[in-house]
Design a protein around this ligand. Structure first.
Ligand SMILES: [Ca+2]
Length: 196
């Protein structure tokens, strides 16, 4: 083996090592991207993502509700943040409505999150899964709390795909699937039930 051939082999080895390092680096970045839940690439294209920017009152308290870039935030009229959804919750729609008919409005939203269950998974489930799924979360408004939101009802993974949800005049949820099938859900004592 002469000196020229030897140098060529060294160059090829260095070149291959550089490619391997680049692949490792990109895999690491991609893994971090997935882990942090900055997932928009992987959620279905049929999801209807709404943007909201509204001033309103809930239980007599003026608030500002913002839904931007899949993040839900509730602030006071001066702009001080009262509550914001965790980074890994991707909120697609929000309503301030009296869904349980107790004459007080709740904060209701449709979101995507990892894991079929929230913090309160059934005792027979040992480990939450890592799949993205849709959920409906409902919070009471509580003036005593600094963040104002008191969890009322957090659904586990919805059994149906909700491309878009509308709230009717009776505060029922009309859920439309990507195929266009619509079902009606209403509050009954403890949770949402499917209407006949
Ligand atoms: Ca209510």
């Amino acid at each position: 083996m002469n000196i020229t051939t030897d140098m060529k082999i060294k160059r090829i080895i260095i070149w291959l090592l550089q490619i391997a390092a680049a692949i490792l680096f990109l895999s690491f970045i991609f893994g971090m991207f997935l882990y942090r839940g900055a997932d928009p690439l992987f959620l279905p294209s049929w999801v209807h993502w709404e943007q909201e920017d509204m001033d309103l009152q809930i239980d007599g308290e003026p608030i500002h509700v913002t839904l931007k870039k899949r993040c839900l935030t509730i602030s006071d009229p001066q702009g001080k943040q009262l509550w914001t959804a965790p980074d890994d919750w991707k909120v697609s729609q929000v309503w301030i409505r009296d869904i349980d008919h107790d004459e007080l409005d709740e904060v209701v939203f449709l979101l995507w999150k990892k894991g079929s269950f929230g913090d309160h998974k059934p005792f027979w489930i040992e480990e939450n899964d890592e799949n993205w799924s849709q959920h409906i979360f409902i919070y009471d408004w509580d003036h005593e709390r600094k963040d104002r939101l008191k969890p009322l009802w957090m659904s586990s993974a919805m059994g149906i795909q909700a491309a878009k949800v509308q709230m009717d005049e009776q505060d029922r949820l009309l859920i439309t699937t990507p195929e266009g099938k619509r079902t009606t859900w209403y509050w009954e004592s403890w949770g949402l039930l499917l209407a006949d």
